[in-house]
Design a protein around this ligand. Structure first.
Ligand SMILES: Nc1ncnc2c1ncn2[C@@H]1O[C@H](COP(=O)(O)OP(=O)(O)O)[C@@H](O)[C@H]1O
Ligand SMILES: [Mg+2]
Length: 330
């Protein structure tokens, strides 16, 4: 059975977007694919890493390639909720209050260094992410779709930060880290910069807001076999039973798993999900939703390790062939 044409088209565009972003960002294909998968799944991403690893560059490039409006908000310690949402300003001549929209009103928002800002402002962001609307002085303004947040955070060990509470971390579909480039990649960053004789990389726009909405709609049509759905649930439950764990992944985690796996399948050009798609996104979907026991905080125990362990222990359903047959027969 041929692949659904909407899915093929979404997949083709996704590949083109990634190729375009890679003109600017060197050697981060996997991380960039995850970020794009989150957008296709209508989610938000937390990019957790040290400064200088190309997070801002990646966010900006992704917005350009996707053809989305881009805004950046630097989450300094004195940033106020109104600096994000916008506020009412008095118009002297008209003698009325007029709403001046803040940076939340955009397609792709880079929320930079969110753990430098106190909880009140963090909540304003997380509320907007969840509700896709903002309320200012009792008046509610919807945020037009697509609206996606790429938030960056320094690793928790960093001093003077306000770590996000678990309940808020749960709002991010994926947590992705870039990590340091390989030696040759890092050299490539230098060479490319010298070759182009300017700081900025000029990127082409691959699609636009309407195109992104279509890619998301195509993602919604992707088939999920019961065995794959149950596999997502089994993985989430297994994180709750792991001996290192204080709180495991919530049902929002298993839901996130199936939604992100579906987007991953689309990027891979399939209109059905295989267990490998689930495995590909599992760490990024679940690790940040797991709290290890406090007595283990000084050890190697981590959400990521727990996810690796459950991926190893929970039986993988079926085989690739039986999945394509199942999808062909439906
Ligand atoms: N993987 C990479 N590919 C291309 N350029 C990179 C990469 N990592 C870092 N750089 C360079 O370093 C600069 C700093 O990156 P930036 O996106 O501001 O980092 P961050 O937002 O993570 O602090 C970029 O403008 C870019 O010139
Ligand atoms: Mg930055």
């Amino acid at each position: 059975m041929p692949t659904d044409p909407r899915v093929s088209e979404a997949s083709r565009l996704a590949g083109q977007v990634l190729d375009e972003v890679e003109k600017a960002v060197v050697g981060k294909r996997d991380a960039l694919t995850l970020v794009l998968a989150a957008v296709l799944a209508k989610g938000h991403v937390l990019l957790e890493d040290f400064p200088g690893l190309g997070k801002t560059l990646a966010a900006r490039s992704m917005a350009t390639a996707l053809g989305l409006d881009f805004a950046r908000a630097q989450f300094t310690p004195d940033l106020l909720p109104a600096d994000l949402t916008g506020s009412f300003l008095y118009d002297q001549r008209e003698r009325t209050f007029e709403f001046r929209r803040g940076p939340l009103f955009t397609g792709l928002l880079l929320a930079d260094e969110i753990n430098r800002t106190p909880p009140k402002t963090q909540s304003a962001l997380l509320e907007a992410m969840q509700e896709r609307q903002v309320t200012v002085e009792g008046e509610t303004f919807p945020l037009e779709a697509p609206f996606h947040v790429l938030a960056t955070a320094n690793p928790i060990e960093y001093e003077g930060t306000y770590p996000l509470p678990e309940a808020q971390l749960d709002r991010f579909l994926l947590r992705v880290s870039f990590g340091y480039p390989k030696r040759d990649e890092e050299y490539d960053v230098l060479v490319r910069r010298l070759d182009r004789r300017q700081e900025e990389v000029d990127l082409e726009q691959v699609t636009n807001a309407a195109g992104v909405l279509e890619m998301q709609a195509a993602t919604e049509t992707v088939n999920v076999d019961e065995s794959v759905g149950r596999y997502c649930v089994d993985l989430a439950i297994a994180t709750r039973d792991h001996p290192d764990v204080l709180t495991g992944s919530s049902p929002r985690g298993s839901l996130g798993l199936v939604l992100a796996a579906r987007a991953w399948a689309v990027i891979r050009g399939r209109d059905y999900v295989i267990p490998e798609d689930v495995k590909a996104v599992a760490r990024s979907v679940m690790a940040h939703r797991i709290t290890v026991k406090p007595e283990l905080w000084m050890t190697q125990a981590s959400g990521r390790r727990v996810v690796d362990a459950v991926l190893g222990s929970v039986p993988t359903p079926g085989t690739l062939e039986s999945f394509s047959r199942a999808s062909g027969g439906s």
